[in-house]
Design a binder for this molecule. Structure first.
Ligand SMILES: NC(=O)c1ccc[n+]([C@@H]2O[C@H](COP(=O)([O-])OP(=O)(O)OC[C@H]3O[C@@H](n4cnc5c(N)ncnc54)[C@H](OP(=O)(O)O)[C@@H]3O)[C@@H](O)[C@H]2O)c1
Length: 229
């Protein structure tokens, strides 16, 4: 096992959980970090946020729109270029379109968009990542992590589209957990059971990032669930 960390790729970076997880991993010697989402100027701010704590961090930002499934391979080819010789060691799949969806008024096309982002997108990233993670199992601590929510098991009807996608995504990552555990790649979920806000004692982005790091390090369970009292 090497002391040198590989790269962390965050798919769906943003000011909340995404950039906080990247910042936490940067303080644990993940110095190469690649952030992806749709808004390049916001990604620049995420990179600055990480550099403020870890000035030595080597951060790349790249565009991806997971709602456009056919564009995902070319976006991931850009990640390959950004990785260069650095092995991929960890992925956080964090992207989601969060918002209300009214039963049964929510258009089918919108449900399909949510499925493309959260389920097909997660699978596409896993297809790209898992072979790379398996390739470093003897030298690194490879992991595929996914941000989830307690709504995967206890849906809220007002956000049924998000909940249905989280259920499918959870099931997908559970399959990956079962299959790759013995093969040396940890696949796990961070289930956030409330709205993320700085004032929440548990469901704040920094605490979620610390819990994500603990899950990555300990890798005993399928998931960690984070809820406020
Ligand atoms: N916030 C909460 O209260 C809460 C609660 C429970 C669970 N969660 C889960 O936590 C995760 C997000 O964490 P967060 O809410 O703190 O957000 P965040 O990490 O601040 O940002 C997530 C990013 O995902 C990106 N994204 C959305 N649609 C995308 C698309 N089509 N393609 C690529 N990237 C896309 C957005 O960036 P762009 O718009 O620039 O693409 C957004 O900034 C999600 O899995 C969510 O379900 C959140």
């Amino acid at each position: 096992m090497t002391n040198t960390r590989g790269a962390l790729v965050v798919v769906g970076s943003g000011p909340g959980i995404g950039s906080h997880v990247a910042r936490t991993f940067s303080t644990h010697a993940f110095e190469r970090i690649i952030l992806l989402s749709r808004d390049p100027s916001r990604l620049d701010k995420d990179a600055e946020f990480i550099r403020a704590k870890t000035p030595s961090a080597d951060i790349s930002t790249l565009p991806i729109d997971l709602s456009k499934t056919s564009d995902i391979p070319s976006a991931l080819a850009q990640v390959d270029k950004a990785l260069g010789d650095t092995p991929l060691e960890a992925v956080l799949f964090n992207a989601a379109r969060v918002g209300p969806s009214t039963l049964v008024e929510w258009p089918i096309e919108e449900l399909e968009t949510d499925i493309r982002i959260k389920v097909t997108g997660c699978y596409a990233v896993a297809q790209w990542a898992i072979p790379k993670l398996l390739a470093v199992k003897d030298t690194h601590k490879p992991a595929f992590l996914c941000t989830s929510g307690s709504i995967y098991k206890d849906p809220i009807p007002e956000v049924f589209s998000l909940a249905a996608c989280k259920a499918a995504q959870h099931n997908l990552v559970h399959s990956m957990h079962k299959k790759y555990k013995e093969e040396g790649v940890y696949c796990g979920l961070v289930a956030v059971g409330g709205v993320v806000a700085d004032e929440n004692p548990q469901c704040n982005a920094e605490n979620i990032a610390n819990k994500t790091w603990d899950l990555y390090e300990k890798r005993n369970d399928l998931e960690v669930e984070i809820v406020d009292p």
